[in-house]
Design a protein around this ligand. Structure first.
Ligand code: PEP
Ligand code: MN
Length: 338
């Protein structure tokens, strides 16, 4: 259920509602909007009749059921769409957020080269993997802690916040020390113990869609983080497995408008993993922006043919600059900025 407060409800009236919700055995999540505050009551459906009485509390406008199973992620709760701040970069506003950098952190020189190139082309955040989820245990697994330091340093040098993947719940604190945003990779999209732990963290989370995760399951995964109290969640469509083998994955652009209807969370798109091919990244990035994405994640490497992972899909700096120019033109057509 959600309790919608009147536009001029006082803090005391809001607190009285929160207290009553908790007494009834529910968690009360206060969402302060531009015009009014909403109190989301989350818990088991049993006992929800008790919440109907809240309609008679002073300062309450209405008490409504949230029909979706993802109570905190549902658009009903936050009709305007939420905005997530990552080290001063806003995701979900009019301006698109572009995160770019190599698939894996490989060396100080590679990271600095990538950071300078993506910054010069106009990216807003720097990416790079220190813990790499590889299909084969014999492939390069990432530079781990040393990589985190290189990423942090490269981001700081060019003035970009950094995002990197955390694979193991035991590494969360260590990664959070060095990163502005923590990424959950496709292979961990339904790792519920990882998601629960991230719900307790005071850092924004980039949650990637699993390669066989339906959109309602994707939002239930986000709900694990939100219900822990961490409201700063950004979703990332990165392609799904289908019968089509011409591309590494099938980038599901339907997901953008569907998610925009169902949830208030910002949605970005990763056409690098979505296609697996350098030549397809620009067209699909443009399509994603045209379809309403709030941002992009793009793999960029100073020297892709030497890359230790995902070489075929990484853009050279010059191609990334070309992408940014083209994204700017499409963004303008859909009334966004870059
Ligand atoms: C990545 O972004 O580094 C990555 C491994 O992507 P995904 O989890 O989408 O495969
Ligand atoms: Mn990659």
């Amino acid at each position: 259920m959600i309790v919608v407060m009147k536009a001029h409800a006082t803090p005391a009236e809001i607190e009285a509602v929160v207290e009553r919700v908790q007494q009834a055995g529910f968690q009360a999540h206060k969402i302060v909007g531009v015009e009014r505050t909403v109190v989301a009551c989350v818990g088991e459906e049993r006992g929800k009749e008790e919440l109907a009485q809240l309609e008679f509390f002073s300062g309450v406008d209405s008490v409504l059921p949230v029909l979706k199973p993802y109570k905190l992620a549902a658009r009903e709760l936050h009709p305007d769409g939420s905005r997530v701040d990552v080290g001063g970069v806003e995701i979900g506003g009019k301006r698109l957020a572009v995160m770019a950098g190599p698939c894996a952190i490989e060396s100080a020189a590679q990271m600095q080269g990538a950071a300078q190139a993506v910054k010069a082309a106009g990216a807003h955040m720097l990416r790079g993997g220190a813990f790499k989820p590889r299909t084969s245990p014999y492939s390069f697994q990432g530079m781990e802690h040393e990589g985190l330091l290189l990423l942090e340093r490269a981001g700081r040098e060019v003035g970009l916040p950094v995002v990197t993947e955390v694979m193991d719940p035991h590494d969360i604190e260590r990664v959070a020390e060095h990163a502005d945003m923590l990424q959950v990779g496709a292979r961990n999209a339904q790792n519920f113990s990882l998601l629960r732990r991230l719900g307790k963290l005071n850092k924004p989370i980039l949650l990637k869609r699993g390669m066989s995760t339906k959109l309602d399951e994707f939002l239930m995964a986000a709900e694990y983080i939100l219900s822990g109290g961490n409201t700063r969640v950004v979703l990332c469509e990165r392609g799904i497995r289908t019968f089509e083998t011409a591309t590494r994955n099938t980038l599901d652009l339907n997901a953008i408008p569907v998610l925009k209807q169902w949830t208030h969370l910002p949605v970005i798109v990763d056409p690098s993993h979505g296609t697996g091919a350098e030549a397809l990244v620009i067209p699909m990035a443009l399509a994603a922006v045209a379809a309403g994405a709030d941002g992009l994640m793009i793999e960029v490497h100073p020297n892709p043919e030497k890359a230790l992972s995902d070489g075929p899909q990484q853009l050279r700096p010059a191609r990334f600059a070309e992408l940014m120019g083209a994204v700017r033109r499409v963004a303008e057509a859909v009334e966004r900025t870059v």
